[in-house]
Design a protein around this ligand. Structure first.
Ligand SMILES: C[S@@+](CC[C@H](N)C(=O)[O-])C[C@H]1O[C@@H](n2cnc3c(N)ncnc32)[C@H](O)[C@@H]1O
Length: 401
């Protein structure tokens, strides 16, 4: 028997007004121009095959295209994340904006924000996506937005310089075209991925490089094409995997799997475990040999790996050993205490390094949004600074003050 959905179909205008109210309440929208843009754009017209309730849901993405394995290649981003990134962008009327990664609706918001005197170009690597974006932009009343089919790694030089380049796919690096394509006071908003965790970072120019103004946790489909991530992922056994995007990190699946069979070593920091997103970022950027451990439910249920690995956990890796974060209830630290689980012949040394970082974080840096990122293009300096992440076109550093 087929269930009949008899819930009343809600008017898109009402859904849109509710969305704007909720985005303000949830700190997605913080300024009047962004509120006006979200109130103006008929979002449901950019997801023509999806119920309007879903298109106007603050935290839901709408699938646009999947690959042959069912992995998402393109989605309409969730309204909340779009609002946060548009706020990060600090857009003024009359600006020229480039969006890398298209779909239509975010380009329409950009057009509302730059106004009649401004210009918006949106580029996508996928013909199906850009064709749909074109149709939707025309149907929704935004024929002036320019749509381009290309690999955004190269930017869109014939419209440069841009006051804003907003990337809406998870980038692993900042190609020269994005920095060269920025006006002197231009801003780049880019979801940058480091070792499996992504932050949308608003960068301004700083000499030949970039310096961050704000950042926020984000999740995006990955960049394809020339700029795709250089990432390795190895399976230790069914349900346990380790990934890294740092070429200097050894990933010997057999040695690490043998380590997992050895008795575990636990170290406790004596410090509170809180602000998990910030701690995750701090660990990822400060571990000397960073990777990310993932474990499936049943492996966790059997007690082989801690629950912290269910969504991926920053992990310190050597040739034959690894250490990762865990937590336990502890009334003395208030709520939870952070700690380390380590396996392998080198477990002691790795646990020491890890627990030192947990304590340093708790003592010096436990404040939200306290990191400052820099991107330095060009050949990496030697020796590489301890907190630097090596990329194809430059290095990323993050400092906590
Ligand atoms: C999350 S979707 C974009 C969402 C969109 N901005 C919106 O309005 O909701 C990411 C898009 O990035 C595109 N993409 C991935 N790699 C790209 C590349 N190298 N150049 C341009 N577009 C790319 C994908 O095809 C996909 O359509």
């Amino acid at each position: 028997m087929t269930a009949i959905d008899d819930s009343p179909v809600r008017d898109p205008d009402v859904l849109r007004a509710d969305m704007v109210r909720a985005l303000r309440d949830q700190d997605g929208i913080r300024s009047e121009p962004v509120a006006a843009a979200f109130a103006a754009v008929p979002r449901h017209l950019f997801a023509p095959d999806t119920p309007a309730e879903i298109a106007y849901d603050l935290h839901r993405t709408v699938p646009v295209k999947k690959d042959e394995n069912g992995l998402e290649l393109s989605v309409m981003s969730a309204a909340h994340l779009q609002a946060v990134m548009l706020e990060q962008a600090g857009i003024e009327p009359g600006m020229k904006a480039l969006e890398v990664g298209s779909g239509g609706v975010n380009a329409a918001y950009l057009q509302e924000l730059v106004g009649k005197q401004g210009e918006v170009t949106t580029v996508d690597i996928d013909r199906d996506v850009i064709d749909q974006a074109r149709r939707c932009l025309d149907d929704a009343g935004y024929p002036q937005v320019r749509t381009v089919l290309a690999d955004g790694e190269g930017g869109v030089p014939d419209g440069a310089p841009y006051d804003l380049i907003m990337v809406t796919a998870a980038a692993w690096d900042v190609p020269p075209s994005w920095i060269d394509g920025l006006a002197p006071a231009g801003r780049l908003v880019v979801p940058l991925t480091v070792c499996g965790t992504t932050r949308s970072i608003a960068f301004d120019r700083d000499g030949t490089g970039l310096v961050s103004r704000s950042y926020t946790l984000a999740r995006f489909v990955p960049m394809q094409g020339e700029g795709a991530a250089e990432e390795r992922k190895v399976m230790l056994r069914e349900g346990v995997a380790v990934q890294s995007d740092d070429i200097r990190v050894p990933l010997d699946a057999r040695a690490l799997d043998r380590a997992l069979d050895l008795p575990r070593l636990e170290r406790w920091s004596g410090e509170a475990y809180d602000l998990p997103d910030e701690l995750e970022l701090y660990l990822t950027l400060n571990l000397s040999s960073p990777a990310r451990l993932h474990a499936a439910n049943d492996v966790v249920e059997r007690g082989i790996v801690e629950a912290s690995a269910l969504f991926g956990v920053p992990t310190l890796v050597s040739e034959d050993s690894f250490a990762y974060r865990t937590r336990r209830e502890n009334a003395d630290t208030g709520g939870f205490e952070s700690g380390v689980v380590a396996h392998g012949p080198g477990a002691e040394a790795l646990a020491d390094e890890y627990v030192t970082l947990l304590r340093r974080w708790a003592r010096d840096h436990r404040r939200r949004g306290a990191a400052m990122f820099r991107y330095l293009p060009g050949p990496a300096p030697t020796p590489l600074p301890g907190n630097a992440v090596l990329r194809r076109h430059g290095i990323v550093t993050a400092t906590w003050h």
